[in-house]
Every structure is written in C-alpha cells, then in structure tokens.
Write a protein that binds this ligand. Structure first.
Ligand code: SRM
Ligand code: SF4
Length: 565
C-alpha cells in the first residue's frame, strides 16, 4: 500500500468500501434495538440526503438517566434552482407534520429541510418525498450538492434560461448509483452493486462536498463567490450570452487553525451556455483527482487551487476540456440580499418575495406563517422559489390570481419584509442548536432577539431603513455564509461570538475579525458607536462594510489568504 493510500482519511475508506453508497444502511435501518445507525452508515447516509442528529436540548438529561441520546434525523430535499410547485409545497408541509417536528426549514442553498424524523420513519419519508417528484440524493455528502440559481424576480426569460442550465448541470452531476432506489424506493435490484458505475465521481466520490451556484447580475443572491464553482450570467442586448466562471469559493474554517479560511472564487473566464455542463464536469473531475483526500479540513477546491495556483488550475481545466475559456466579460453586482414585495416579471407574471425569519416555517402563537403559506399553495397558479437568503418567493402569479394571494397575505399577516427593519430583512442565521451536532452557540434561536436590541440602537441613530447585511452562525463552518456579512457573528461557545466586519454589500469581499469571543453586552457596546458613527460620517452611498474599513475598524481583505493576516 502506498504512503498516500495509508494516509487517506477514514471517510475515504468508508466511501471506497461502500459498494456505491450501500454500506450496511439497510441493516442499520432494520436494527430495532437503537434509534441510531452504525457509525460508518452515518457518513454514507449523507449522500442519500439525511443526517443522524440528536436533540441537544435533551442530551444532558438523557445522559443522567442513562438513556441513549434522543436520536433523530434531518432530511434535506434537493430543489435544483430552488423551484417547487404548489403541489410539492403542500406535500412538504404534510410530511413536516406527519413525520418531522411540524416545521419546515428553508436553507441557505434553496432547499427544504425536515428535522426530528425518527429512524423508523426515515424510509417512508424519503419515499414520499420522491413520490412528490423531489428527491434527497446528493443533498449532502462528498458530491455536487443542490445547484443554486438566482430566483430572479423580473428578467423572466433570462432566469428561465439560466434555470434550465442549472437544472442540466444538476442532473448531469447526480450520482448514478442504484443504491438510492434500492434502499429507499424498494426498487428491485436493477443492478448488482458490481454493475454500478459512477462515470464522473468514481468509487470514492469527491474528496469533499462540492457546490455550484448561478447568479444573474445585478443580483448576487446566491453568493456566487462562495461557491466551489460559480456561474455569472452575462446578458448583452437582452440575451443570455453565456457565463463567467468563478472557481474556488468556500466558507468553512476552524477557530484557531489559520490553515483553514474562507475564500472567494476566482473569475477565470467565460463560456457559452451550451458549454456550461462540460465545464462543470471537468471542474469536478479536476477536484476529484487533485483534492486532498488525506485531510478533510484541507479537501475543498479552494485549497486545491490556492496550493497550486489559479494559472495551474486553468491550464489543467483547459487541457481536459480540449478548448479554452474565453476572456471574462464585464458584469456588475449590486446586492446579495432579496428584493421584497411584489415585482412584475418581463413575462407579465407577478412575483412576491416574503420574508421568512431565518428560513423557519412554522405556526407561531398569533402568527400562522405555515398555515398562511399552505393556503397560498392551495390556490397558487405559479411556483414557489426558495431564495439563497432563506426566504420564499411566490412566483409567476397571474393577474387574475394576484388579488387572491394578496388577500391571504393580509389575512395571515405574512410579511413582505417592508415592515421590519432593513437590518432584519438582510439577516441570515444558520440552524445551529438544538439539532446541529457541530454548533458551539445559538444562531437561529438567538439572532431575532439580538436584532430586537440592535434595532433600538438603529432607531436612536436614525438607521432603521438602511440596508446592512448581517449574518450569524453557531460555529465557524459558515452555513449562513457569515464571512460575507457586513456584520458577521460566528459562535465560539454558548453565548459567545467572534464579530467580523467589512464584507462587501454585494458579496464581493470577505469580512475580517474585529472582536473575539464577546457576549451580548459587548456586542451591543461594540455596535452602538459604530452605528452612530456610520449614521453621521458615512459618505454618499457608502455601505457599512466599506465604512468599517475606511474608518480603520478592520483591514481590507483581498481574499482568503489574507483573511487571518
Ligand atoms: Fe452547512 C455542516 C446546515 C449551508 C458549510 N451544515 C452542516 C450540518 C449538516 C452539520 C453537520 O455536519 O453535522 C448542518 C445541519 C444543521 C441542521 O440541524 O440542520 C448544516 N448548511 C446547513 C444549512 C441547513 C444552514 C441553514 O441554516 O440554511 C444549509 C443547508 C444548505 C443546503 O440546502 O444544502 C447549509 N453549509 C452551508 C453553507 C452555505 C452555502 O453552501 O451556500 C456552507 C458554506 C459554504 C461552503 O460549503 O464552504 C456550509 N456545513 C458547512 C460545513 C463546512 C464545510 C467546509 O468546507 O469546511 C459543514 C461541516 C463539514 O462539512 O464538515 C457543514
Ligand atoms: Fe451547524 Fe455550524 Fe453549520 Fe451553523 S454553521 S448549521 S452551527 S455546522
């Protein structure tokens, strides 16, 4: 055995020996002694779209009682481009009540998540998701994940075209193993695992997760530079000419380990629409062959590229393609957040973007959000578009149906965000506690309360309507893309956060560490003078992130390699 092979991470061996993602998943599901699955299967299940978790609110109590943790599963539903039909919405709503914890979670990658599913219901839930013509394969795992696409609100034809391409990329990169159908859908063994093939991934799949997003300027609402592979639509004379290609973005890092860092993608050229799928396949294959399989903290494409150089990557890609990308074309992003309220598309249909705080859909006392959206789904004649900012667009509403949707919005007090502060409208928080096994601090359950307090300051200094991008995550993995927040909070310990400042408003620049390990009191004490000063000293049109840099609160960050400098 070569040195390199010996040094592969344990997950590499699990994947390689899994017979194309089968492992002992069936046996694990049938084991009635425990609510969990075998340790190796926890890794393989991710490729099937589900994570084993345990309710962390109950962990200590159950330990005291000598009970096994309260095991439960999260299921992530792949929704390429974030577009779902009203029928699919109704199914997700039903499944959330029947098998999960009665809530639905819209994710930062335009997908649905269910939480709190017991092992005994896992198979049936995944089967019923597939019955609705959505699926969960490759929603997680070391493969290409849900392909994002700007849920564009007005350039309807351009969006439709871009969406079709993102769907083609998604289909092309979906794993070919028949294990998914065999395990979850009771499909007869169409092939022995020995007959399975993964022409793009191979037996060991990718060294790490892989993410693709497509943005349509001026909106960078998929944070295209945070993707391993980003496509930036180039529209000239009202027509989609093709895409600029950005490679090597990623957010995850580890506290205290400066060898890990967030990075923004490098724009390396331009391709025509019909070349997008081929580009995706070869970028993935370069990463398959050169990504670091000996260290999962160094295994993303950003490290492959930064270690060897952008020029090397481009040359390797060109050689595999057999042709060269054209020169990148000019583009201009103006914002990374969502545009709320009703906007008419160029196809004359209406799009209503609703604000969903941190993507959690449920009924609250006095605010029946989940019921209201269900009522819309029942009469809706268009589609639902999940946004990369955890919100939802009620898309392609006809003129005739608009008043009916409006009436439901009014009856259930659904908000188009215009009644909340601009800060809240531009906020993202990851799931964190109690389901995320990696959370060090709260995020989704805490950010709304923190914002209540920050809004008091904003009111005092007259900034309530000023757009500022704020993001919080419960750990440094970056699921809420916090390093692209003009204000970013990253959990360190219960109640303690690192505070970052200075990212670009349109997702074009990373932020930088401003204060470390601070609690709520210190957060508010730090923010107050900053916001006061921003209210009085900002230059015409100056964004908060840039202001924090100009005033010397933090240094300008060029990219990942100087994030910790
Ligand atoms: Fe994430 C792991 C939730 C978007 C970077 N992420 C996790 C897990 C599965 C925790 C785990 O491994 O046990 C979280 C499950 C929490 C729960 O209870 O639901 C989790 N990630 C999420 C979601 C649901 C956050 C949200 O509030 O919306 C997002 C689901 C997206 C989807 O639909 O596919 C989510 N995760 C992201 C993003 C943002 C993005 O992709 O645009 C990132 C940063 C971008 C990137 O990948 O670089 C992200 N998640 C991570 C990482 C760090 C990866 C790295 O390179 O270091 C982990 C941990 C890991 O992979 O080891 C992680
Ligand atoms: Fe969990 Fe950390 Fe991702 Fe938040 S950022 S969901 S705490 S892994």
């Amino acid at each position: 055995m070569s040195d390199k092979k010996q040094r592969l991470t344990p997950v590499e061996h699990i994947k390689n020996d899994s017979r194309y993602l089968r492992g002992s998943i069936v046996e694990s599901l049938n084991n009635s002694v425990t609510g969990s699955v075998a340790p190796e299967d926890t890794h393989l299940l991710k490729f099937h779209g589900t994570y084993q978790q345990d309710d962390r609110d109950l962990r200590n109590e159950r330990e005291k009682q000598k009970l096994e943790p309260a095991f439960e599963f999260m299921i992530r539903v792949r929704v390429p481009g974030g577009i779902a039909t009203p029928e699919q919405w109704l199914e997700m709503d039903r499944l959330a009540h029947q098998y999960a914890n009665g809530t639905l979670r819209l994710t930062t990658r335009q997908a649905f998540q269910f939480h709190g599913i017991l092992k005994w219901n896992l198979k049936q839930t995944i089967k019923e998701i597939n019955d609705s013509l959505l699926d969960t394969i490759a929603a997680c795992g070391d493969v290409n994940r849900n392909v994002m696409c700007s849920p564009n609100f007005n350039q309807s034809e351009i969006h439709q075209e871009a969406y079709e391409w993102s769907k083609k990329i998604s289909d092309h990169l979906t794993p070919q193993t028949t294990a998914y159908h065999e395990i979850w859908l009771d499909k007869e063994k169409v092939a022995d695992s020995r007959d399975d093939e993964e022409p793009i991934y191979g037996k060991s799949y990718l060294p790490r997760k892989f993410k693709i997003g497509m943005a349509i300027p001026p909106a960078n609402d998929v944070d295209v530079f945070s993707q391993d592979l980003g496509y930036i639509a180039i529209v000239e004379d009202g027509k989609l000419q093709g895409f600029n290609i950005a490679v090597g973005g990623g957010m995850g890092m580890t506290h205290g380990d400066t060898a890990t860092y967030p990075n923004l993608g490098y724009v390396i050229g331009f391709c025509k629409p019909e070349q997008t799928v081929e580009v995706a396949e070869h970028v993935v294959k370069v990463q398959r062959d050169f990504g670091d399989r000996t260290n999962r903290k160094h295994a993303r494409l950003k490290y492959t590229i930064n270690d060897r150089g952008v020029a090397w990557f481009k040359a390797e890609l060109h050689e595999r393609l057999g042709w060269e990308l054209e020169e990148k074309r000019p583009y201009q992003f103006e914002f990374a957040g969502d545009r709320y309220g009703w906007i008419q598309g160029t196809n004359d249909k209406w799009n209503l973007t609703l604000f969903i705080q941190n993507g959690r859909i449920r009924d609250y006392k006095g605010y029946l959000l989940m019921t209201g959206l269900r009522e819309i789904a029942k009469i809706h004649d268009g589609d639902f578009r999940l946004t990369g900012n955890q919100n939802v667009m009620v898309g392609n509403v006809s003129d005739e149906n608009k008043p009916r949707v409006e009436a439901i919005v009014k009856e259930y007090n659904l908000t188009d965000g215009k009644h909340t502060s601009a800060l809240r409208r531009n906020s993202i928080a990851c799931v964190a506690l109690p389901t995320c096994g990696l959370a060090m601090a709260e995020a989704e359950r805490y950010l709304p309360d923190l914002l209540d307090k920050v809004e008091v300051i904003l009111d005092e200094v007259g900034l309530k309507d000023g757009d500022i991008v704020i993001r919080m995550t419960g750990c440094p993995n970056g699921c809420g893309r916090p390093y692209l927040g003009e204000i970013g909070f990253v959990g360190k310990a219960p109640g303690k956060y690192n505070m970052y400042l200075g990212a670009g408003f349109a997702g074009e620049r990373l932020n930088k560490l401003y204060k470390e390990n601070i609690d709520e009191e210190e957060i508010l004490e730090s923010l107050k003078p900053l916001l006061q000063q921003y209210a009085t000293d900002r230059e015409e049109g100056e964004r908060f992130g840039m202001f924090a840099i100009r005033k010397g609160y933090v240094k300008y960050v060029n990219n990942g390699l100087d994030f910790h400098a």
